[in-house]
Every structure is written in structure tokens, then in C-alpha cells.
Design a protein around this ligand. Sequence first.
Ligand SMILES: *[C@@H]1O[C@H](CO)[C@@H](O)[C@H](O)[C@H]1NC(C)=O
Ligand SMILES: *[C@@H]1O[C@H](CO)[C@@H](O)[C@H](O)[C@H]1NC(C)=O
Ligand SMILES: *[C@@H]1O[C@H](CO)[C@@H](O)[C@H](O)[C@H]1NC(C)=O
Ligand SMILES: *[C@@H]1O[C@H](CO)[C@@H](O)[C@H](O)[C@H]1NC(C)=O
Ligand SMILES: *[C@@H]1O[C@H](CO)[C@@H](O)[C@H](O)[C@H]1NC(C)=O
Ligand SMILES: *[C@@H]1O[C@H](CO)[C@@H](O)[C@H](O)[C@H]1NC(C)=O
Ligand SMILES: *[C@@H]1O[C@H](CO)[C@@H](O)[C@H](O)[C@H]1NC(C)=O
Ligand SMILES: *[C@@H]1O[C@H](CO)[C@@H](O)[C@H](O)[C@H]1NC(C)=O
Length: 578
Amino acid sequence: MSARTVLASLAVSLLFLSISAAPNSTFENPILPGFYPDPSCIFLKDWDNTFFCASSSFNAFPGIPIHTSKDLRNWKLIGNVLNRPEQLPQLAITNGSTSGIWAPTIRYHDETFYLITTLVQDKKPDDDPTRWDNIIFKSKNPYDPLSWSNAVHFEHVGYDPSLFWHQDGKVYVTGAHAWKVGPGIVQTTINLDTGALDSPWTFIWNGTGGLAPEGPRIYLKDGYYYLMVAEGGTGLDHMETIARSKDIDGPYEPCPFNPILTNANTTSLFQTVGHAELFQDASNNWWGVALSTRSGPSYLNYPMGRETVLAPVTWKAGEWPVWTQISGKMSGWPMPQQNRNIRGIGPYVDDGDNIQFTPGSGIPSHFLYWRLPIESSYKVSPAQHPNTLRLKPSRLNLTALDGNFAGAEGQTFIGRRQSHSLFTYSVNMEFQPKLEEEEAGVSFFLTQNHHADLGVVLLPSSSNNSSLVPHLRFRAVSYVPVPATVLVPVPSAWLNKKLTMEIKAVNVTHYSMSAGLANARNGEKMTIAYAPGEILSWGFTGTLLGVFATTNGGKVTDSSAPAYFSNWLYTDLMQIRA
Ligand SMILES: *[C@@H]1O[C@H](CO)[C@@H](O)[C@H](O)[C@H]1NC(C)=O
Ligand SMILES: *[C@@H]1O[C@H](CO)[C@@H](O)[C@H](O)[C@H]1NC(C)=O
Ligand SMILES: *[C@@H]1O[C@H](CO)[C@@H](O)[C@H](O)[C@H]1NC(C)=O
Ligand SMILES: *[C@@H]1O[C@H](CO)[C@@H](O)[C@H](O)[C@H]1NC(C)=O
Ligand SMILES: *[C@@H]1O[C@H](CO)[C@@H](O)[C@H](O)[C@H]1NC(C)=O
Ligand SMILES: *[C@@H]1O[C@H](CO)[C@@H](O)[C@H](O)[C@H]1NC(C)=O
Ligand SMILES: *[C@@H]1O[C@H](CO)[C@@H](O)[C@H](O)[C@H]1NC(C)=O
Ligand SMILES: *[C@@H]1O[C@H](CO)[C@@H](O)[C@H](O)[C@H]1NC(C)=O
């Protein structure tokens, strides 16, 4: 072959390649909108070319949702790792709104799924070992949530553990040391069946000097162990940095262009980018996920909290991974064809709700309680009240006790995540309170000290205080100023009738809370209050929308008034991505 024919045939094959290769993809962030922080994702060819992602859940139960996708755009809930109280009974008694399940890491080895994480008691001192309950769950088949084991506990005065299987047969566990007592990334080896550690933890890298080096993950590539970590804290200074070593124990050499990922000091809507994970798809292209907050740099209004975002990553042999900056509209490696017909018991992450609580149905898998529920307080389609969800009141309301504690008696509340910037959520309610301060209604809820409620509550009449009458009551609590409490008697035409209670994000900054007669011909509702999203923009979690029932401190008895909820609707109005 002459040089010219070689060149010509090369040109033809290049042309062929450029024609046959799938074009680059375009996609939108966030991929998991709403309260889905601290993502950990893997891709498994052995499991029908499926991506699996786990998220943090703090005090919410069921906890640690697992979403899967075949195309990186359509994500479906297949179940929650923590779905039975006996797996981790201590979740019932967490104290603090930033307590509960922190960052999980999901891994797959020898046909077993491993989920390693920490149950944090965030009100205890940093160096108190009982603050950090580090745990491992195992499953052979996460499509069957009941297959997840009970927690195996191991010792670690710290959080954010992850796993790495070394060629030497040992399993390495890498974590973030409690940062006030020597911030840094620590490592040892572990027996995954017993939780026994082979040796004391040792520091392997302390990051580049940012606050709270955490979320460590180790990847072996081209003869190097890459150690990727988050630094800067999970707020505006959040960033991802990386170091590498030929030896898993170090010393680790930092990347010369750290941070490799951050939106700090940008004007993007997407802030706090960090706490990342890397994985490859079926074509061996690299992708990364991270958490991000749609707050803009003003960082005042972000009620959905920390969400999961995706980016293509270029990682050449022997070099450092190069991320694409996070925004709402992205492009990158070719993606598999859209597939919205995949396995799993739960909804797609951006689905709305139209839930009728039909006889024989259960509590939907994407519904959440605040800590472990008192099971008997929640009943789908009880006798005489088919197609409703019955709530029995708790003595404690949604604020409950100081310090964000509630204790094992629980708070009667069930909700779903807010997963769109603008939405309408409504539910019908039948409720006949008999005692003063018996109350039921709807709430948008972040933590016990950040929520806004619209309830029907029995209170003395303003004109005759020896007569108790149902009132509509709006009240809110937050660390920032909240709108004044609103109290209006339930209109006489509505008494003993089924009502509709509605929460709506009317614009980027405000929610409305309204009530009306259910099935009113014109759908007319009375708006009782507007509340800014700023009152729920705090901490580590994201807004839940749901229903509650309480006696506000009154003794709970068998005759305490239950509330019956029906026609649970959640409708997406808009996702704001820029
Ligand atoms: C990291 O910090 C810890 C605690 O301050 C210190 O003991 C350790 O030597 C440091 N390790 C490395 C690898 O820099
Ligand atoms: C953001 O800017 C500040 C001030 O210039 C700087 O100190 C900080 O390192 C920057 N953060 C990141 C993650 O680049
Ligand atoms: C396709 O996406 C990859 C990953 O982001 C990028 O490196 C490459 O430049 C893109 N190619 C084109 C033609 O845009
Ligand atoms: C919860 O933590 C607070 C400190 O914020 C403490 O005052 C309170 O006693 C704790 N409550 C329980 C039940 O541990
Ligand atoms: C009840 O109303 C009467 C008459 O308006 C008033 O004198 C009395 O103080 C009220 N009692 C309470 C407990 O508010
Ligand atoms: C106030 O309410 C009580 C209880 O419903 C009723 O017995 C009484 O007549 C009412 N008084 C007035 C002045 O309406
Ligand atoms: C959003 O709606 C609230 C309530 O009607 C209003 O006070 C506020 O000005 C609106 N904000 C924007 C940005 O339109
Ligand atoms: C919650 O209940 C307590 C009584 O247990 C009550 O003092 C408080 O006002 C209630 N607050 C809210 C916001 O629900």
C-alpha cells in the first residue's frame, strides 16, 4: 500500500468513525431534584447496564434511597436501604435536625451490594465516639428492599466512610476524621462481616487546607490510587480536590490544579458543588456526580436543599480527571437512548403524585416520616373510610421539643420531597376535632425548627370563649423571621365538610397555603398565608410536603380525633435551572 492509499483509507475510516459514533449528549441538572444530597453512584454491566445512586437521608425514614437509570437522565426509585426499624433502631432517638444518616457510599463486590454510612448524633461533642455510629448494610438484590441486612457497626470517630477492595485481598475503609479533633482523611482495613478493624486508623491525606476534608473515595487507575475528597464545608466554599499515590497507604501527592470541581466565586444558580463520585459507563466514558444547591451566590433562598448533579469527566491515562463545570444545561459524552421503562417499585424522581389510597394499597415507597414511625398512626383505607389515609395524632406537634428531639413517641407526619422549583400540592381532609388544640393539616417541612403549617384546629371562639370552634391556623417557625400566625374561623358553610388543603410554590421566592371546600365546583380556595422559601433555607436537608395530626401537647387517647386524607396530588409546574 502506498502512503497515499494508507492516508486515504485512514481518512475514510475517520469519516466512518465520525459518522457512526453517537453524537455528544445534552442533558439537564439536577438529575435528582430535591432533597438528594451526598450522591454515591456506580455503574454495573452485570446488572443489565444500570447506574445505581444512593443519597443521604438524615432523620427521614425510610432512609438512603436508591435510584437507578439506564440512560443517566431518567432516574427511578427502586427502594430504600433503611426500610425496617429493626435495621437501625437508634434512628428513633436522634437529637438534632442535622442528625441521622449522613453521606453513604454504595459499592458492589462479589455479587453483593454494600452500603456504608454513618448515623450521626449531631448534638454530641465531636470527639465523643457515641456521636458517630458507623455502619454497613448488604444486599444481594436492591430491587427487593427487604434484602438489605441489618446494620453491622464499626468503630470510627468520624463520618463519610467508603470502601475499596485491594488486590492484596484486604478491604480498605477510608473516612473523614471528626474535624475539630484533627481534620483529615483516615484509613484502615476492615472485616465487612463483623465490622472488626485490622489496625488503628491512620491519616493518609489532610486535603489542601480547606475546612472539613471529607467524603473520601479511592479509585485505582493506571497504577495510581486516586483519593478524591470534598473540602470547604458544604456551603458556598464547597469544592472537590484530589491526590494520588502508587501505594494505597500514601504518601499522597495533590493534583497541581486543585480544586478539580467547584462553583465557588461564580454567579451560577448552582452553588455548593462538591462531595463527588466518579464512575464509567458502558463505553468506558467517565462521569461524575456531586451535590449542589440551587441558591445562586446570595445563598438565601434554597428550600430544596442539596440536590444531585451530573457532569462528564475526561480522564486520560496517567493524568488527572477533568470535570465539566456544573450548570443547568450540560453536554458531554454520548448517552444511551432515553429509557423510561425500567424496573423498580418507586416513581421516577421527577414524577408527580395522584394517590388515592385505594384498599389494599400500601404507603408509597417515596413517602417519608420524620424518624421511625409509630406504625399504627398511619392506615391506608381503614374500615368505614376507604380511599383515605388515616392519621392518628401524636402528642407532639411538628416542632416538638427543644433541641430538635422528639423521642420514641414520634411525630405524626408523612410527606414527599419537593422536587420542582414550582409545584402544586393538595390533599383532601376530613377532620372533626373535639378537644381544644386538636389539629390536622398540611406542612412544608425542613426540620423541627423550620416548617410552615396550615391546619384545622379547635380553639375558643373569639366571640364566646366558652365555645370551641374549628379554626384555620397558619403558623411557621424558622431561625429567620417568619410571617405572623393567621387564625380564621372555618367558614360555617365548610363545617363538617371535606376540605382541600393546598401548598403551592407561587413563584421562585414564595409559597402559598390555601384551603377550600373539596370538590367546590369552581375550585375556589381561600389563601390563608404566603411564606418565603427563605424560612426553609438552612442546614443539610430539603423540603418535604405532607400532612400532620397532633394534639399540640394534649393527652393522646383512643378517642383523640383522627384525620382522613384523600386525593393526594402533587403537580410539577416548573423546574428552574438557570
Ligand atoms: C494530618 O493531620 C493530623 C492531625 O492534625 C496529623 O496527625 C497528621 O500527621 C497529618 N497527616 C498528614 C498525612 O499530613
Ligand atoms: C473564592 O475566592 C476567595 C477570595 O478570593 C478565595 O479565598 C477562595 O479560595 C476561592 N474559592 C475557591 C474554591 O476557589
Ligand atoms: C463530547 O463530550 C466530551 C466530554 O465532555 C468532550 O470532551 C468532547 O470535547 C465533546 N465533543 C464534542 C465534539 O463536543
Ligand atoms: C438534645 O440536644 C440539646 C443540645 O442542643 C440538649 O440540650 C438536650 O438535652 C438534648 N436532648 C436529649 C433528649 O438528648
Ligand atoms: C372570656 O370572655 C369573657 C367575656 O368576654 C371575659 O370576661 C373573660 O375574661 C374571658 N375568659 C378568658 C379565659 O379568656
Ligand atoms: C357561648 O357558648 C356556650 C357553649 O357553646 C353556650 O352555651 C353559650 O350560650 C354561648 N354564649 C353566648 C353569649 O352566645
Ligand atoms: C412572589 O409572590 C409573593 C406573594 O404573592 C410576592 O410577595 C413576591 O413579591 C413574589 N416574588 C416575586 C419574585 O415575584
Ligand atoms: C408545639 O406544641 C407545643 C406544646 O407541646 C406548643 O407550645 C407550641 O406552640 C407548638 N408549636 C408549634 C409551632 O407547633
